[in-house]
Write a protein that binds this ligand. Sequence first.
Ligand code: ZN
Ligand code: ZN
Length: 367
Amino acid sequence: MRAKAAVLTGFGKPLEIRKIDVADPGPTEVRVRIVASGVCGSDAKVCAGRNPLYPQPPVVLGHESAGIVEATGAAVTSVSPGDHVLVAMNRACGRCPECASGHAYLCQGEARHSAVAGRLADGRTPFSLDGRELPAFIGIGSFAEQVVVGEEMLIPVPDEDFDASLALLACAVVTGTGAVWRVARVRPGETVLVVGCGGVGLAVVQAAVLAGAARVIAADVNPAKLHEARVAGATDAVDAGDSLPDAVGRLTGRGVDHAFDVTGAAGVAADAMAATKPGGTTVLVGSPASAEIGVPSALLFGGRVLRGCVGGNANPAADLPNLIELVRTGRFSLDPLVSERVPIEEVNEALARQQAGAVTRSLIVFD
Ligand SMILES: [Zn+2]
Ligand SMILES: [Zn+2]
């Protein structure tokens, strides 16, 4: 079938709104009508040619989405047409040593490789343009009205709980909360610093609050985002243009237990780490925005820990249903995370606002 999509045709070029062809779902695949797709820094980095994971254009970006099942392959059993779903990231094979040991987020199997290459599990591309193969970012490509994905990537949402903003759970929220709950394992009474208060950073703030952190210090250069961080539950807000170690030192006296660098920008990890107390942990949450992070070795000699993660080391099949329930019960609010809802025709402006740090999250909503 034909669908409207925003297509990246070359690095550094604006996305083009085109009519593309969407493949019929294979036996274990599902075609989903996308209701909403968040605009993530990882999408923007591909546009700029700064995402080392990603192959050459053309490609349909978008990977943080919610929608409605339209068609299912013959062997699909877990969803039916009309079901509301989230499309989870992190396709995993379930059989490689990493999957077998319970670390599916590190999957090294063919399922992951094909997703990173923008293809379905059997190597097909889900889209084509003018008769030529058109890959989908990490095997999703939700800047399109329709996507085709494996059944295993779909997380059902009860119809009565569905809202377009739930799309943000699939990347920003599962990543930010995973970084707090699965990677840092923040404990009640501990102190937290979050540098970068976009969608992921605000998820880190709320996860830290839910974990019982005594103090959650938000840092950003944009006062509007610091305001949203306070709405999300941050106890303190500091200008990230000032010295973070000094600002955090004044507030805590000895540095925080956990720092989260959600910016990936040069120098931020070192500053965040210098704002942790001896033995404290710094987690790099987002996809890297600079090749080197330049951490002084003296900080490590102080027993501090620097940790990476991928997508918050989350297990979407377990974590997304829990997050849906936290939103439904009002314990987690998506409101501070959504700055604007825009049509797909405004995707380039939304990407520019994302890169300028002007918004927490833009949500593309299809009609
Ligand atoms: Zn993302
Ligand atoms: Zn695997």
